[in-house]
Ligand binder design. Structure first.
Ligand SMILES: [Mn+2]
Length: 313
Protein backbone atom coordinates (compact mmCIF):
# COMPACT_ATOMS: atom_id res chain seq x y z
CA UNK A 1 0.00 0.00 0.00
CA UNK A 2 1.14 3.49 -0.77
CA UNK A 3 2.56 5.54 2.07
CA UNK A 4 0.76 8.81 2.80
CA UNK A 5 2.75 12.02 3.15
CA UNK A 6 0.91 14.98 4.67
CA UNK A 7 1.41 18.43 3.12
CA UNK A 8 0.26 21.11 5.53
CA UNK A 9 0.39 24.88 6.08
CA UNK A 10 0.44 26.84 9.34
CA UNK A 11 -2.11 27.17 12.15
CA UNK A 12 -4.83 29.80 11.57
CA UNK A 13 -4.44 29.13 7.86
CA UNK A 14 -4.74 31.90 5.30
CA UNK A 15 -5.51 31.40 1.62
CA UNK A 16 -1.82 30.89 0.79
CA UNK A 17 -1.29 28.22 3.47
CA UNK A 18 -4.17 26.15 2.13
CA UNK A 19 -3.75 26.69 -1.63
CA UNK A 20 0.02 26.15 -1.54
CA UNK A 21 -0.51 22.85 0.35
CA UNK A 22 -3.05 21.64 -2.23
CA UNK A 23 -0.90 22.76 -5.16
CA UNK A 24 2.34 21.30 -3.84
CA UNK A 25 0.66 17.98 -2.96
CA UNK A 26 -0.64 17.84 -6.53
CA UNK A 27 2.80 18.48 -8.01
CA UNK A 28 4.37 15.85 -5.74
CA UNK A 29 1.71 13.31 -6.77
CA UNK A 30 2.43 13.97 -10.45
CA UNK A 31 6.17 13.58 -9.78
CA UNK A 32 5.58 10.43 -7.69
CA UNK A 33 3.64 8.84 -10.57
CA UNK A 34 6.61 9.58 -12.80
CA UNK A 35 9.61 9.04 -10.51
CA UNK A 36 8.72 7.41 -7.21
CA UNK A 37 5.54 5.34 -7.15
CA UNK A 38 4.42 4.23 -3.69
CA UNK A 39 3.89 7.66 -2.19
CA UNK A 40 0.62 9.54 -1.97
CA UNK A 41 0.73 13.21 -0.99
CA UNK A 42 -2.30 14.45 0.91
CA UNK A 43 -3.00 18.14 1.58
CA UNK A 44 -4.29 18.99 5.06
CA UNK A 45 -5.22 22.14 7.00
CA UNK A 46 -5.01 23.22 10.64
CA UNK A 47 -8.11 25.39 10.85
CA UNK A 48 -11.24 26.79 9.29
CA UNK A 49 -11.14 27.85 5.64
CA UNK A 50 -10.87 31.62 5.14
CA UNK A 51 -13.99 32.87 3.27
CA UNK A 52 -12.12 33.53 0.03
CA UNK A 53 -10.62 30.03 0.11
CA UNK A 54 -14.09 28.53 0.47
CA UNK A 55 -15.20 30.61 -2.50
CA UNK A 56 -12.14 29.72 -4.64
CA UNK A 57 -12.23 25.97 -3.96
CA UNK A 58 -15.99 25.85 -4.49
CA UNK A 59 -15.84 27.77 -7.75
CA UNK A 60 -12.99 25.61 -9.09
CA UNK A 61 -14.45 22.32 -7.83
CA UNK A 62 -11.33 21.52 -5.79
CA UNK A 63 -11.89 19.32 -2.70
CA UNK A 64 -11.37 20.97 0.70
CA UNK A 65 -8.29 19.49 2.45
CA UNK A 66 -8.90 17.42 5.55
CA UNK A 67 -8.80 19.25 8.90
CA UNK A 68 -6.18 17.75 11.24
CA UNK A 69 -5.04 18.80 14.73
CA UNK A 70 -1.85 16.77 15.09
CA UNK A 71 0.47 14.36 13.32
CA UNK A 72 1.51 11.00 14.76
CA UNK A 73 5.13 10.21 15.62
CA UNK A 74 7.03 9.15 12.51
CA UNK A 75 4.40 10.55 10.11
CA UNK A 76 6.07 11.88 6.96
CA UNK A 77 5.25 15.59 6.63
CA UNK A 78 5.94 18.48 4.27
CA UNK A 79 5.42 22.00 5.65
CA UNK A 80 4.34 24.85 3.42
CA UNK A 81 4.08 28.59 4.13
CA UNK A 82 5.84 28.37 7.55
CA UNK A 83 8.90 26.91 9.20
CA UNK A 84 8.44 27.84 12.88
CA UNK A 85 7.46 25.25 15.50
CA UNK A 86 5.03 27.69 17.15
CA UNK A 87 3.04 27.87 13.92
CA UNK A 88 3.29 24.20 12.95
CA UNK A 89 1.00 21.22 13.47
CA UNK A 90 1.13 19.66 16.94
CA UNK A 91 3.44 16.65 17.02
CA UNK A 92 5.85 18.08 14.43
CA UNK A 93 8.85 17.50 16.73
CA UNK A 94 8.35 13.72 16.54
CA UNK A 95 7.21 13.56 12.93
CA UNK A 96 9.44 12.79 9.94
CA UNK A 97 9.86 16.20 8.28
CA UNK A 98 10.75 15.74 4.61
CA UNK A 99 10.53 19.21 3.09
CA UNK A 100 9.73 22.85 3.77
CA UNK A 101 8.37 25.11 1.01
CA UNK A 102 8.14 28.65 2.32
CA UNK A 103 8.71 32.40 2.02
CA UNK A 104 9.25 33.48 5.65
CA UNK A 105 12.16 34.16 7.96
CA UNK A 106 13.89 31.08 9.34
CA UNK A 107 12.64 30.47 12.84
CA UNK A 108 14.12 27.56 14.69
CA UNK A 109 13.09 24.10 13.43
CA UNK A 110 15.90 21.57 13.79
CA UNK A 111 15.91 18.32 11.82
CA UNK A 112 17.75 15.02 12.37
CA UNK A 113 18.66 14.53 8.72
CA UNK A 114 19.02 16.60 5.58
CA UNK A 115 15.78 17.87 4.05
CA UNK A 116 14.68 19.84 1.02
CA UNK A 117 14.25 23.39 2.36
CA UNK A 118 13.08 25.74 -0.39
CA UNK A 119 12.55 29.20 1.07
CA UNK A 120 12.52 32.31 -1.10
CA UNK A 121 12.13 35.97 -0.09
CA UNK A 122 9.15 36.48 -2.41
CA UNK A 123 5.46 37.30 -2.11
CA UNK A 124 3.74 33.97 -1.54
CA UNK A 125 4.28 30.27 -1.04
CA UNK A 126 1.99 29.80 -4.03
CA UNK A 127 4.63 31.60 -6.11
CA UNK A 128 7.27 29.15 -4.86
CA UNK A 129 4.99 26.23 -5.75
CA UNK A 130 4.35 27.68 -9.24
CA UNK A 131 8.12 27.98 -9.74
CA UNK A 132 8.47 24.31 -8.78
CA UNK A 133 5.87 23.33 -11.41
CA UNK A 134 7.77 25.34 -14.01
CA UNK A 135 11.16 23.99 -12.93
CA UNK A 136 9.90 20.41 -13.24
CA UNK A 137 8.43 21.16 -16.68
CA UNK A 138 4.90 20.37 -15.54
CA UNK A 139 1.94 22.48 -16.63
CA UNK A 140 -0.63 23.08 -13.88
CA UNK A 141 -4.27 22.31 -14.70
CA UNK A 142 -6.57 25.28 -15.30
CA UNK A 143 -8.05 24.83 -11.81
CA UNK A 144 -4.71 24.45 -10.02
CA UNK A 145 -3.32 27.50 -11.80
CA UNK A 146 -6.34 29.62 -10.82
CA UNK A 147 -6.12 28.39 -7.21
CA UNK A 148 -2.39 29.16 -6.91
CA UNK A 149 -2.95 32.55 -8.54
CA UNK A 150 -5.66 33.33 -5.98
CA UNK A 151 -3.15 32.75 -3.17
CA UNK A 152 -0.41 34.73 -4.88
CA UNK A 153 -2.85 37.64 -5.21
CA UNK A 154 -4.20 37.52 -1.64
CA UNK A 155 -0.74 37.16 -0.06
CA UNK A 156 0.68 40.08 -2.06
CA UNK A 157 -2.52 42.18 -1.81
CA UNK A 158 -2.89 42.22 -5.61
CA UNK A 159 0.91 42.58 -6.00
CA UNK A 160 0.82 45.91 -4.07
CA UNK A 161 2.56 44.64 -0.93
CA UNK A 162 6.28 45.44 -0.53
CA UNK A 163 6.78 41.65 -0.35
CA UNK A 164 5.80 41.34 -4.04
CA UNK A 165 8.84 40.79 -6.27
CA UNK A 166 9.52 40.52 -10.00
CA UNK A 167 9.23 36.76 -9.52
CA UNK A 168 5.66 37.20 -8.27
CA UNK A 169 4.71 39.38 -11.24
CA UNK A 170 6.25 36.85 -13.62
CA UNK A 171 4.63 33.82 -11.95
CA UNK A 172 1.26 35.60 -11.77
CA UNK A 173 1.29 36.01 -15.56
CA UNK A 174 2.53 32.42 -15.96
CA UNK A 175 -0.36 31.08 -13.85
CA UNK A 176 -2.91 33.40 -15.50
CA UNK A 177 -1.99 31.90 -18.87
CA UNK A 178 -2.87 28.36 -17.70
CA UNK A 179 -5.90 29.55 -15.72
CA UNK A 180 -7.24 31.46 -18.73
CA UNK A 181 -7.92 34.56 -16.63
CA UNK A 182 -6.68 38.12 -16.30
CA UNK A 183 -4.50 38.03 -13.18
CA UNK A 184 -5.66 41.35 -11.70
CA UNK A 185 -9.32 40.76 -12.49
CA UNK A 186 -9.29 37.27 -10.96
CA UNK A 187 -7.35 38.53 -7.93
CA UNK A 188 -9.86 41.34 -7.33
CA UNK A 189 -12.75 38.89 -7.57
CA UNK A 190 -11.08 36.63 -4.99
CA UNK A 191 -10.47 39.52 -2.59
CA UNK A 192 -14.04 40.80 -2.97
CA UNK A 193 -15.34 37.31 -2.15
CA UNK A 194 -14.08 37.89 1.39
CA UNK A 195 -16.51 40.71 2.05
CA UNK A 196 -15.47 43.39 4.55
CA UNK A 197 -15.37 40.82 7.34
CA UNK A 198 -17.11 43.38 9.56
CA UNK A 199 -20.01 41.04 10.33
CA UNK A 200 -17.87 38.04 11.29
CA UNK A 201 -18.03 36.54 14.78
CA UNK A 202 -15.54 38.41 16.96
CA UNK A 203 -12.97 35.60 17.21
CA UNK A 204 -12.84 35.27 13.41
CA UNK A 205 -12.86 39.02 12.84
CA UNK A 206 -9.86 39.56 15.10
CA UNK A 207 -7.85 36.37 15.02
CA UNK A 208 -8.66 34.34 11.89
CA UNK A 209 -5.17 35.24 10.65
CA UNK A 210 -2.96 35.50 13.72
CA UNK A 211 0.54 34.32 14.50
CA UNK A 212 2.65 34.00 17.62
CA UNK A 213 6.14 35.48 17.58
CA UNK A 214 8.78 34.80 20.23
CA UNK A 215 10.52 38.03 21.25
CA UNK A 216 13.12 37.31 23.93
CA UNK A 217 11.21 35.49 26.70
CA UNK A 218 7.84 36.81 25.61
CA UNK A 219 5.30 35.93 22.96
CA UNK A 220 3.81 38.72 20.91
CA UNK A 221 0.60 37.81 19.08
CA UNK A 222 0.14 39.64 15.77
CA UNK A 223 -3.15 39.38 13.92
CA UNK A 224 -4.11 40.86 10.59
CA UNK A 225 -7.63 41.59 9.44
CA UNK A 226 -7.47 42.44 5.76
CA UNK A 227 -10.61 44.17 4.56
CA UNK A 228 -12.02 46.25 1.75
CA UNK A 229 -13.76 48.44 4.38
CA UNK A 230 -11.54 49.39 7.33
CA UNK A 231 -14.11 51.85 8.69
CA UNK A 232 -16.76 49.14 9.01
CA UNK A 233 -14.33 46.90 10.89
CA UNK A 234 -13.22 49.74 13.21
CA UNK A 235 -16.84 50.31 14.27
CA UNK A 236 -16.34 47.20 16.41
CA UNK A 237 -13.23 48.54 18.14
CA UNK A 238 -14.53 48.20 21.71
CA UNK A 239 -15.60 44.60 21.13
CA UNK A 240 -12.28 43.80 19.40
CA UNK A 241 -10.28 45.24 22.31
CA UNK A 242 -12.27 43.20 24.85
CA UNK A 243 -11.63 40.06 22.83
CA UNK A 244 -7.90 40.86 22.55
CA UNK A 245 -7.65 41.30 26.35
CA UNK A 246 -9.32 37.92 26.80
CA UNK A 247 -6.86 36.24 24.41
CA UNK A 248 -3.91 37.81 26.27
CA UNK A 249 -5.24 36.60 29.63
CA UNK A 250 -5.83 33.07 28.34
CA UNK A 251 -2.46 32.67 26.62
CA UNK A 252 -0.08 34.80 28.66
CA UNK A 253 1.00 36.91 25.68
CA UNK A 254 3.03 40.04 26.35
CA UNK A 255 1.07 41.97 23.78
CA UNK A 256 -1.51 41.56 21.07
CA UNK A 257 -1.19 43.74 17.99
CA UNK A 258 -4.07 43.78 15.51
CA UNK A 259 -3.48 45.25 12.06
CA UNK A 260 -6.73 46.26 10.39
CA UNK A 261 -5.42 46.42 6.84
CA UNK A 262 -7.55 48.36 4.37
CA UNK A 263 -6.51 47.14 0.94
CA UNK A 264 -8.39 49.91 -0.84
CA UNK A 265 -6.86 52.72 1.27
CA UNK A 266 -3.51 50.84 1.26
CA UNK A 267 -2.57 50.99 4.91
CA UNK A 268 -3.27 49.51 8.33
CA UNK A 269 -4.75 50.71 11.60
CA UNK A 270 -2.73 49.35 14.54
CA UNK A 271 -4.65 48.39 17.66
CA UNK A 272 -2.67 47.07 20.59
CA UNK A 273 -3.59 45.52 23.94
CA UNK A 274 -1.32 44.30 26.74
CA UNK A 275 2.17 45.77 27.11
CA UNK A 276 2.57 47.80 23.93
CA UNK A 277 5.96 49.36 24.70
CA UNK A 278 7.63 47.03 22.18
CA UNK A 279 5.27 48.16 19.45
CA UNK A 280 5.83 51.84 20.29
CA UNK A 281 9.58 51.32 20.20
CA UNK A 282 9.58 49.36 16.93
CA UNK A 283 7.54 51.99 15.06
CA UNK A 284 8.21 55.23 16.97
CA UNK A 285 4.50 55.66 17.73
CA UNK A 286 2.20 55.79 20.77
CA UNK A 287 -0.20 53.04 19.83
CA UNK A 288 -2.30 53.07 22.99
CA UNK A 289 -4.93 55.58 21.84
CA UNK A 290 -8.63 55.18 21.08
CA UNK A 291 -9.12 54.50 17.38
CA UNK A 292 -5.62 53.06 17.09
CA UNK A 293 -2.89 54.48 14.86
CA UNK A 294 -3.21 54.66 11.06
CA UNK A 295 -0.05 53.41 9.34
CA UNK A 296 -0.16 54.42 5.66
CA UNK A 297 1.46 51.98 3.24
CA UNK A 298 1.75 49.19 5.84
CA UNK A 299 0.32 46.07 4.19
CA UNK A 300 2.76 43.30 5.09
CA UNK A 301 2.81 41.77 8.55
CA UNK A 302 5.93 39.81 7.72
CA UNK A 303 8.10 42.52 6.25
CA UNK A 304 6.80 45.76 7.75
CA UNK A 305 5.53 44.64 11.15
CA UNK A 306 6.96 41.34 12.45
CA UNK A 307 10.50 42.08 11.26
CA UNK A 308 10.96 45.39 13.17
CA UNK A 309 9.38 43.89 16.33
CA UNK A 310 11.54 40.75 16.16
CA UNK A 311 14.62 42.92 15.68
CA UNK A 312 14.09 44.22 19.25
CA UNK A 313 14.19 40.67 20.71
MN1 LIG B 1 2.16 33.05 2.67
Amino acid sequence: MAETIIVVGHKNPDNDAICAAIGYAELKNILADRDAPGYVYKPARLGQLPPETGWVLGKLGIPVPELIDHVDPGQKVILVDHNEVLQAVDGIEDADLLEIIDHHRIGGLVTAGPIKFHNLPIGSSATVVAKEFEREGIEPSKETAAMLLSALMTDTVLLKSPTATKSDHYQAEWLAKFAGVDAMEWGSQVIKSRGSGADLPIDRLVAADAKEFQVGDDIVFIAQRETVDGKAVMEREAEMRDYMKKVIAENGYRSFLLMVTDIIEEGSTFICEGDCALIDKAFGISVDVPGGVWMPGVLSRKKQVAAPILALG
